[in-house]
Design a protein around this ligand. Structure first.
Ligand code: IMP
Ligand code: MG
Length: 185
């Protein structure tokens, strides 16, 4: 896998040096596998795929096109926990799906699990809506948690301990549009 940006990509990245960690073809192959596994995991029932904005938007759009069954799609926007906040219940939904969640298979699509705090708070909140099932598909997992989150059923790739950008992931809202995942250097 090439780890040096072409001059065109470097220009697209605003002149920043980025080391490619996962290239487009590698991501696409894994997304196809995840789509097949998700298709097989939900033989019946109503499937509602919930993309956690903004980071998941590219992964979400590629993933749902690899899921070979009927589904509904909506989004979640969660408030990030404020700096210095230690107490529980710190994640609020800034956008809540229009459709009722009760009795549906909920599949949350997330870009990256870092500390896992966002996801843990969100799962607690969604469990209260009485879904038929609740599962998470994350593209990347930094694997920092001592115990894996039980609902984290699909992970695209383990993530290196670096700050990753591209394919939806940002640094200060930059780099989301890059077609690969890279490490800012
Ligand atoms: P957590 O609550 O610590 O797991 O943080 C998860 C969120 O932080 C992700 O949904 C991302 O929006 C953001 N994040 C964590 N690590 C990275 C990274 O390496 N690059 C870009 N965003 C990240
Ligand atoms: Mg995110």
């Amino acid at each position: 896998m090439s780890s040096v940006l072409s001059p065109e990509m470097k220009r697209r990245a605003g002149g920043h040096d980025i080391r490619i960690v996962l290239d487009e073809a590698t991501i696409a192959a894994r997304v196809r596998q995840l789509g097949a596994e998700i298709t097989a995991a939900y033989p019946d029932g109503d499937l509602l795929v919930l993309g956690l904005l903004k980071g998941s938007f590219i992964f979400l759009s590629d993933l749902v096109r690899q899921i070979d069954r009927p589904l509904n799609l909506d989004f979640l926007v969660a408030s990030s926990y404020g700096a210095g906040t230690v107490s529980s219940g710190v994640v609020r939904l800034l956008y809540d799906p229009e459709t009722p969640l009760e009795g549906k298979h909920l599949l949350i699509v997330e870009d990256i699990i870092d500390s896992g705090r966002t996801m843990q708070h969100l799962l607690t909140l969604l469990q209260e809506r009485n879904p038929a099932s609740l599962a998470v598909c994350a593209l990347l997992d930094k694997q920092l948690l001592p115990e894996p989150i039980p609902e984290l059923r699909w992970v695209g790739f383990p993530a290196p301990p670096a700050f990753l950008v591209g394919y939806g992931l940002d640094h200060a809202e930059n780099f989301r549009h890059l077609p690969f995942i890279g490490d800012l250097i």
